[in-house]
Ligand binder design. Structure first.
Ligand code: NAD
Ligand code: ISE
Length: 340
């Protein structure tokens, strides 16, 4: 069975997903796209003569030949399209963040629970990255003992012009919130934010930031975000346990030695660093749909959990205070692996 996919938002990652589904992955065909910029949408499917450019997201979701939808438009538009997919009973892969506030994520949760089975997968692709997976295996095996600290480094060489101050939390650090919660298999209970003096590259951003979270069992997590590291896209992570540590390794096919030094390359951006993870996450989504499942992988609950941490961190940034919070119990839909 070929899954017929419609893509809402054909910017950077929307276009990548169109290409990925069309040229790299198996079992799916892009049959529809839409974007507020129709020229952009048409360009994304220039090589796919059968794909239709719809006037808006609602029309795409309702199109009878669209089996499933990818939402890759700007974060503030996600809620509307995910709710439309739920209303139409169609599976939806929503890029992170699931929505830009915990209240919006709650509305999605409520709608999905009312449907009665999972239909939403959130684009937390780090969970599909081989290095993060190997790291989780070590943590879960108990080899380093109980985790005590986590260091998470998230440096972007530069960011688009629409990236504003709090997006360091809501658009970037949400990845760290999700991956650490997944690595440790526990929830956060507080957030505070420290800001050093501003990078001269940061323009009007408060850049960089240090976000400190505490988990339920008392693990301290620091997330460093930078929007203007300049030198490359540098994502790092280390879990410090009672008996040892595990860290993401710097990987390079080659190391160059010259003029008294040695060097390897830092990835240029998220595309390069996580290319394999994007492929694996989207293939897993397509395979789940072909197998008759509405969704597997990161759920609306995971999107909600990240939004709760994000909202707390934004509040902490604004007030300078430590913000405490509790996630509460997940609806049964999200504790059953099958999502049914
Ligand atoms: P982008 O600005 O390049 O593209 C967004 C596109 O959405 C634009 O073409 C814009 O015209 C379109 N759009 C905006 N509002 C719309 C609407 N109401 N209906 C239809 N189209 C609309 O941004 P991007 O970098 O591709 O990011 C898109 C989403 O993907 C964001 O949520 C972002 O956080 C996420 N993202 C995730 C990753 C990842 O690593 N998982 C990487 C990049 C972006
Ligand atoms: C971008 O939207 C992504 O999701 C990237 O993975 C992340 O590293 C970047 O900071 C975000 O802006």
């Amino acid at each position: 069975m070929t899954v017929r996919v419609g893509v809402v938002g054909t910017g950077m990652i929307g276009r990548d997903h169109v290409l990925r589904l069309s040229n790299v992955l198996a079992g799916a065909e892009v049959v529809a796209v839409t974007d507020v910029d129709p020229v952009n949408a048409a360009a994304a499917v220039a090589d796919l003569p059968r794909a239709v450019v719809h006037p808006d997201g609602q029309a795409l979701v309702e199109a009878p030949d669209v089996d499933a939808v990818i939402v890759a438009s700007w974060g503030p538009t996600h809620e509307e399209y995910v709710l439309a997919c739920l209303a139409a009973g169609k599976p939806v892969f929503c890029e992170k963040p699931l929505a830009t506030s915990q209240e919006a994520c709650r509305r999605i949760l409520d709608a999905e629970v009312a449907v009665g089975h999972r239909l939403v997968q959130v684009g937390f692709m780090r969970r599909y990255d081989p290095a993060y997976r190997a790291m989780k295996d070590v943590v879960t095996s108990g080899a380093i003992g109980a985790p005590l600290l986590v260091h998470s480094r998230h440096r972007n060489p530069s960011v688009p012009s629409h990236y504003v101050r709090e997006m360091a939390i809501t658009d970037s650090a949400v990845h760290d919130f999700d991956i650490v919660r997944w690595l440790l298999d526990e929830d956060f209970v507080s957030a505070s934010v420290l800001a050093p003096r501003r990078s001269r590259h940061g323009t009007d951003l408060q850049d960089p930031l240090l976000i400190i979270l505490r988990t339920d069992s008392g693990v301290l997590v620091d997330v460093e975000t930078s929007a203007n590291s300049r030198y490359g896209y540098d994502v790092g992570g280390e879990v410090v346990g009672e008996d040892g540590t595990v860290a993401l390794a710097d990987t390079n096919p080659v190391v160059v030695r010259r003029e008294g030094g040695f060097a390897g390359a830092v990835p240029a951006g998220w595309r390069e660093r996580f290319v394999r993870a994007y492929d694996v996450e989207l293939q897993a989504w397509v395979d789940a749909l072909a197998a008759g499942l509405g969704a597997t992988g990161p759920s609306s609950w995971d999107g909600y959990a990240a939004a709760v941490a994000s909202d707390a961190a934004v509040q902490a940034l604004r007030t300078g205070e430590t913000v405490e919070f509790r996630l509460g119990p997940a609806p049964a839909l999200y504790t059953d692996e099958s999502g049914r």
